[in-house]
Unconditional design. Sequence first.
Length: 203
Amino acid sequence: MSQQDQGIKSISLKSSAELVIQYLRYALNYIIYQRELAPSNSFEVDKEYGLSLMRCTDEKIARYIASSLKHAENYINQRGLNELNFVIFNKGSMEVCEKWVFQIEYESENTISKTNRTNIQAEIRAVLRQIITSINFLPIIDSSHKFKIVFRPSSIQVVAQFPFEIFPYSLTILQSEELSFRKMSTSFHTVETKVVYKRLANN
């Protein structure tokens, strides 16, 4: 089957989860790049969705993202993940200054796909473009910050079934601003993306 035919054909539930994970992978890598959470020389450019997207090559970070997204895909396939939070916090105080929230909604398991890979990729491209330009609105953060990926499960049963890692500090950001992005939908899954960040004192 040609790439053009693959783009036109409706996707499966499994392919839907894979596309969500692919979106999350590029989104997380670009956030790490633009928020300077890894050295600038530890990134390579990937041409995807008609965009130049940054991918972190730092071995520890790349391994952490790959492991987190592998868990996320398992959770999504079990309808067990409500949110993936990318949390940026101060290494000393542990105060959260910024969090990127990827909220996942699930359609009925009997849903018939109404869209195709080409349309989904166009939606992903639109959201990634918004993430890229969001640097113009976000406050500067310094090198005293690090990040963590935190999952919010859909039920207690999911927590018992899968190894959710807990962030032991509050995720609440006082005096915050919020910036919401476009949704991307596969018919099976809808991902709503937003960033919540600490408002500067003079704002």
